[in-house]
Design a protein around this ligand. Sequence first.
Ligand SMILES: Nc1ncnc2c1ncn2[C@@H]1O[C@H](COP(=O)(O)OP(=O)(O)OP(=O)(O)O)[C@@H](O)[C@H]1O
Ligand SMILES: [Mg+2]
Length: 288
Amino acid sequence: MLDQAEALRELVRDRVMCCGPSLRPPKLYTIAVTSGKGGVGKTSVAVNLALLLARSGRRVRLVDADFGLSNAEVLLGIAPKYTLNDVLRGRIDASDAWVDGQDGLKLLSSGSGLEDMANLDGEAGVSLIDYVLRSAGDGEIVVIDTSPGINESVSSILAFADEVMVVTTPEPTSITDSYAAMKVLLSKLPDAQITLVANCCSSPNQASAVADGLKNICERFLGRSFQRYEYLPSDGTVGWAIRTQKPLVISSPHSAIGPWLRKMAIKLDDRIRRRDLTPVAELELVGV
Ligand SMILES: Nc1ncnc2c1ncn2[C@@H]1O[C@H](COP(=O)(O)OP(=O)(O)OP(=O)(O)O)[C@@H](O)[C@H]1O
Ligand SMILES: [Mg+2]
């Protein structure tokens, strides 16, 4: 008898991997948000950045690839009718699995029951993401929220991304795990475009110290490092937004972390523009 993980692999093989070469539009910009340690703010960063870009007029899709945990929908306060689970079980097409969030954001929830998906091998992981993105349109931005720790399935998703955000906190355990994640990532993808997100910091100086320390150790032992870093302050509003299921950038734009998230979104948007995606007429990410 097939165990559950093997049954899921069969589903991916049957429904996804037999579809042939990718038909996804060439002009997507894909950002994968990951971390070494869990609970460092990945989903909060992914949801709020996706919403800020959507609010500025970009067409944005958010993929919850933290299989089986589906935290993004909780943070957005929405209850998706369909999930990736329905796609894999052939109940609906991938193009019908996207649900509408705030400001035109589209979410693909992994739903429940896909916990074993975390153990998919690399080929199956990338095929799965490739498959769901066939329903994305030209010029769209895709933000993928992953599970922590870079296993085969996560690294295949990261390989697919134009940019990887590695979220860390200043805690020594998080920094150590971020280095371990960076080591796996850079050994598999030496040219990865990486943004370190120093979250929950007490000041920009603390974020700078975290980034400098990690950069030194990465350059010394791996011969390469991340390209840039971002500072996000520790702010109780993040927890409050999760508890009330009201996304922070909508419900509390003037909280301590709000302007820093907007700065981050503006810089991200600038990198996306330089990739020559469909331009946005008038950006509204002002007021920082
Ligand atoms: N900047 C911040 N300031 C204060 N608390 C924060 C901040 N960022 C995240 N948190 C808190 O950290 C916790 C975890 O956040 P989140 O779910 O976004 O992390 P995660 O990395 O996605 O977790 P997981 O690995 O379980 O998916 C939440 O309780 C949240 O309130
Ligand atoms: Mg999460």
